[in-house]
Design a protein around this ligand. Structure first.
Ligand SMILES: Nc1nc2c(ncn2[C@@H]2O[C@H](COP(=O)(O)OP(=O)(O)OP(=O)(O)O)[C@@H](O)[C@H]2O)c(=O)[nH]1
Ligand SMILES: [Mg+2]
Ligand SMILES: [Zn+2]
Length: 342
């Protein structure tokens, strides 16, 4: 690859180590938006000037692209989709498959409003998805201007997502934005994960002086999605930012590792439980429950962990009929034998 092309590609988020899979007559590009069976691609016909073109997808394409995918353009056609380094996923609404929302991301901004205080449960759930993507999570608290005690929200966020940096921002008064911009230089790809109304698009607008549509304050926008497509934006700071529609925080994926990282405090304590497979639910020698009793681990935290674990187990069974049947059998057996009174 020529130096000028390397520089040009960096403005699309490309960096050393990313798939440089273009060969022969192929030209590099990146999917900015999907429109049904067509992909809008920002690409470089030469080594410097970017062009935006909509390509109809060929039937024999190796992979169905999503926003953020690197692609090859040859003879006026989108011919190949690169292997994905990171993917932000969620369970498909039908519950069977996994839906890839965005690909090739370095940083996932977990966007949470603090105007009405922080919701730690939402943060935990979003953090699991973020860890699961393979990208680095960063908590971005929004609407600090409208919060009564933003500092308290920061402390709560740090406790809910141990080890994840937390940034306090406001799109209204601009605080925290310089720090955010500094993390989004050339060669970086960032995306935003958060509920509808969290302030994601407002953040993009405030960072860039864009005017993408956001919900109006005066209107009751509860549960309404203002952003409806996933779209990649090139930033003045040099990198790219993928805006996503609001996600329902109920959507969770099954991944023990991501759970362990989100609940790093519980994971660390669990190392001292007597049994390696301790379920922290009345097991003997449980260090996690001991910490709750001693007041060093908030009870709410363990309750969240248990709830998410249960949900993950349910999702895993839903995706695995054999496990589902085994579970039903187990319950039949249990109800036959005497059960512990609650
Ligand atoms: N006070 C205050 N309000 C904000 C701030 N940022 C966003 N808002 C308001 O929050 C509402 C939702 O903002 P959006 O940016 O549309 O939220 P979103 O996360 O993009 O929502 P979806 O596109 O539906 O996922 C709008 O009414 C914004 O004006 C902020 O920093 N301070
Ligand atoms: Mg939006
Ligand atoms: Zn335990």
């Amino acid at each position: 690859m020529t130096q000028s092309l390397t520089r040009a590609l960096a403005t699309l988020g490309w960096k050393e180590g990313d798939p440089g899979f273009w060969t022969g007559g192929e030209r590099p590009g990146r999917v900015s938006i999907m429109h049904g069976s067509a992909a809008e691609v920002i690409w470089f016909p030469g080594d410097e000037e970017a062009e935006t073109t909509v390509f109809e997808l060929r039937r024999d394409l190796n992979l169905r692209p999503v926003a953020g995918d690197w692609v090859a353009i040859e003879d006026g056609d989108l011919t190949r989709v690169a292997e994905r380094r990171t993917t932000l996923k969620r369970p498909d609404p039908n519950g069977k498959d996994v839906q890839v929302m965005a690909a090739g991301i370095d940083t996932v901004l977990i966007v949470l409003p603090v105007d009405l205080g922080l919701n730690p449960k939402n943060l935990e759930r979003l953090a699991i998805m973020a860890w699961d993507s393979g990208a680095d999570p960063l908590v971005v608290l929004t609407k600090a201007d409208a919060a009564e005690s933003p500092e308290e929200a920061v402390a709560e966020a740090e406790a809910a997502a141990p080890g994840v940096p937390v940034l306090l921002t406001s799109s209204a008064d601009g605080r925290g934005l310089d720090e955010l911009r500094a993390r989004m230089g050339a060669g970086t790809t960032t995306t935003m994960l958060g509920a509808s109304g969290a302030g994601k698009t407002s953040l993009l607008n405030a960072l860039e002086g864009h005017t993408e549509a956001v919900a109006h304050v005066s209107r009751d926008g509860q549960g309404r999605h203002t952003t409806t497509t996933r779209k990649l934006y090139r930033l003045a700071s040099g990198g790219v930012l993928l805006d996503l529609p609001g996600i329902r925080s109920l959507d969770l994926l099954v991944d023990d590792e991501a759970l362990g990282e989100t609940f790093a405090d519980i994971t660390a304590l669990a190392a001292s439980c007597r049994f390696a497979d301790c379920s922290h639910e009345g097991d003997q020698g449980c260090a996690v429950e001991a910490a709750v009793a001693a007041g060093t681990l908030p009870e709410r935290r363990l309750a969240s962990w248990r709830a998410i674990r249960r949900e993950m187990a349910y999702q895993a069974r839903r995706n695995d009929p054999a496990a589902m049947a085994a579970e039903r059998q187990k319950w039949k057996q249990l109800s036959k034998s005497t059960r512990k009174p609650r």
